[in-house]
Design a protein around this ligand. Structure first.
Ligand SMILES: [Fe+2]
Ligand SMILES: [Fe+2]
Length: 151
């Protein structure tokens, strides 16, 4: 197994590569989904992206305000529970993404909305890849550094 990155470097990396980037990408995805709906796309996609935005913002805020500072201070007796909560939320994000992916692949655009649907699909694919990588790095590299000590 490769050596794990130091905690502070891993946290800084997650913050910049994923949290900051999601905060830029998600509002654009909601806008793309709304633009597609206005051109006749199935209603509800934009609301699902908006709900995912809200859930992810709450999740990232908990990590930034509570979990990451705890980790930077070397852990605490509460950290195991907090990590369990974050992992349960990762599972919920994964389920929400799967539902959106199913809807997006079933979507058939009117000719006038084809460009919007393609743009939405491409942006969503990139965001979903980033989110999966974000959660993989936390689950496989960051959290295990503390779950070990907390058990
Ligand atoms: Fe995160
Ligand atoms: Fe997370």
């Amino acid at each position: 197994m490769p050596r794990l990155k130091p905690t502070a470097a891993l946290i800084a990396d997650v913050q910049v590569r994923f949290h900051d980037r999601h905060r830029v990408d998600l509002p654009l995805l909601v806008d793309l989904a709304r633009a597609y709906e206005w051109r006749g796309g199935s209603p509800g996609l934009a609301d699902r992206f908006a709900a995912l935005t809200e859930a992810l913002e709450a999740h990232m805020f908990k990590e930034e305000a509570r979990l990451f500072p705890m980790m930077e201070q070397g852990g605490s007796s509460l950290i195991g529970q907090l990590i369990d909560d974050m992992q349960a939320e990762h599972a919920m994000h994964t389920a929400a993404v799967a539902r959106i992916q199913t809807l997006l692949s079933a979507e058939r655009a009117e000719p006038a909305a084809e460009a919007q649907l393609s743009a939405l699909r491409a942006a969503a694919r990139k965001f979903f890849e980033d989110l999966a990588e974000h959660m993989r790095i936390e689950d496989e590299q960051l959290f295990p550094q503390f779950a070990r000590r907390a058990s």
